[in-house]
Design a binder for this molecule. Sequence first.
Ligand SMILES: [Zn+2]
Length: 258
Amino acid sequence: MTAIIPIPAFADNYIWLLREAGKAAVVDPGDAAPVIAYLERERLELSCILNTHHHGDHVGGNRALLARWPVPVFGPAREVIPGVTRTLVEGDAFTLPDLGVVLSVLDVPGHTAGHIACFGPLDANPVVFCGDTLFTGGCGRLFEGTPSQMVDSLSKLSALPGDTAVFCGHEYTMANLRFAEAVEPGNVPLQRRRARDQAKRDCGEPTVPSTMAEERATNPFLRVDQPAVRAAAERHAGRPLADRVAVFAEVRAWKNAF
Ligand SMILES: [Zn+2]
């Protein structure tokens, strides 16, 4: 059985560590120190690194980890990331060495221009590592992409099986769900989710991962085709919005100032 462990870093990042039988892979090690501390404490050897995009809080630990464990580094083909040995584009599949986990690649530009997401079964359970593209209850800011690109990227992720566990790069859930309720105050699954996730935070537990089914039911950025989300976006804009991309862009701009 492969276990996935959250390693908190900085204020609200999660570095995801996969471990099985003395070996480990890390996803988006923005900081090497907490990863090294965990590996030493648990007597694990690093087998590989996977990066979803080039931001420093996701790749900043690569060099220090590689100095100690010269392992393969998987990363997006369209971004420059320290130490990458295997570049990935949509349609690629690759195996995490020693762990035997096979992941497939989606191109999900928007947050950054070359951002990738990696999905596949972990034992029998589908998982996706989506970095800063899809967040639990929200989505990433558009630093390098257009609303149209981000809508396409989120649509690809949203099409994954409902039981896919969503492993994103930050603990932003409560702020995202507070905003989601401003957009859709009548969404009952959203209200239930917010109460459940607040209870987790009150106990100091991560709210990540969620499931894709839950995201489809409660995340406003995956719900731009819902009449209630469109109506809220048009009220906020003060004008009719032409299409789902315009609805998305309005909701994203609303969240930026929320
Ligand atoms: Zn980022």
